[in-house]
Design a binder for this molecule. Structure first.
Ligand code: GYE
Length: 330
């Protein structure tokens, strides 16, 4: 039996939902051990927000696998703000959850709150995104993708696509949300690969906040300011999909007049790829739930776990997207 309860916390901004079994409501702050008196594991999870199809699939994966594992999940949607996530983590500490996991909105600025968790003896697991703190004792492990590698794969496809050609290739880039690990790293990995050949020129690069709305709006400005765009590199599918709308509205053919590379491989992105509107997608898997729950169990049991758990991922061409789509779960 699944029960979902929502409570407003200080500032009225955060929604905390607990997915619980038929046990009691032990979500109140004020110390004491968690889990309603039984030995059920309580996991506090601070999510980034609901900015993309990737994020929606990631949240679903976490909620479902927590239920399957029989955990009590205290889930907080940070609505894209670091301050909300910090508040959520402090609440988890007050509630004395067994383990805290979170997907950091940005890379910097976590040391103080993570030190508080450490001092309270509550283990922390970084999920999906890394932080830039040199103090790795602040968390037990980091599970997620190698975003630099994803950016490199995007660049490598481009290098191959334009092999043997000498004309300048004008690239516009839609970056993820400022300061986020996947935005920083996907930009760096891509730049690192294309810099070997001066014909590749990034003529405009701006954030599209990982959302369709901003992807569309920023692409509209790119189309106005850049007369000759050959390639769009978007740090996620959603921004690419928004940009496709802007390209079509400007009377151009996405995938043909402007080649498009994105990252994620969610269903809508894969559909656009199969339709030839996107040319190449680098996969980033959001299905981190089962592995995360496994790590939570191990951390709680005091077992040693690897410091880094990498997600396996591939890339997709239009043909591969057509093949994969019928079985795509998200
Ligand atoms: O690629 C993007 C989402 O952190 C890997 O965040 C995640 C990224 C994902 O908004 O769509």
């Amino acid at each position: 039996m699944l029960r979902r309860l929502s409570i407003a916390v200080a500032g009225g901004l955060l929604l905390v939902s607990a997915v619980a079994g038929c046990g009691g409501d032990d979500g109140a702050a004020g110390g004491g051990s968690s889990g309603g008196g039984d030995d059920k594991i309580t996991l506090g999870f601070a999510q980034v927000g609901a900015e993309s199809g990737w994020r929606t699939a990631n949240t679903k994966s976490i909620e479902e696998s927590a239920a399957t594992a029989g955990f009590e999940l205290k889930f907080v949607d940070g609505q894209g703000k670091q301050e909300n996530q910090i508040k959520a983590i402090r609440n988890f500490i007050t509630q004395r959850v067994d383990v805290i996991a979170f997907s950091p909105v940005v890379e910097s600025g976590w040391d103080t709150v993570l030190k508080e968790a450490k001092d309270a003896g509550i283990p922390v697991i970084l999920t999906d995104r890394a932080i830039d703190s040199p103090d790795t004792s602040l968390y037990k492990t980091f599970i997620g993708s190698d975003f630099v590698e994803e950016g490199k794969k995007a660049g490598e496809w481009l290098v191959k696509e334009y092999q043997g050609k000498t004309d300048t290739v004008n690239i516009v880039e839609l970056q993820g949300s400022p300061g986020a690990a996947p935005a920083n790293d996907r930009k760096a990995g891509f730049a690192d690969v294309i810099k070997a050949d001066p014909k590749f020129k990034v003529v405009a690069s701006q954030t599209g906040q990982f959302t369709r709305t901003d992807g569309k709006a920023v692409m509209e400005t790119f189309l106005k300011s850049q007369p000759d765009i050959d390639v769009l590199y978007a740090h996620n599918d959603d921004m690419g999909l928004g940009a496709i709308e802007a390209i079509e509205a400007a009377g151009k053919k996405p995938g043909t007049d402007i080649k498009i590379i994105t990252v994620d491989a969610v269903k809508d992105g894969m559909t656009a790829l199969a339709d030839g509107k996107i040319n190449f997608i680098v996969e980033c898997s959001p299905l981190l739930g089962p592995q995360l729950m496994d790590l939570v169990k191990k951390v709680k049991a005091g077992e040693t776990i690897p410091q880094r758990v990498l997600t396996e991922e591939t890339t997709f061409t239009p043909e591969q997207a057509k093949e994969a789509l019928p079985n795509r779960k998200y």
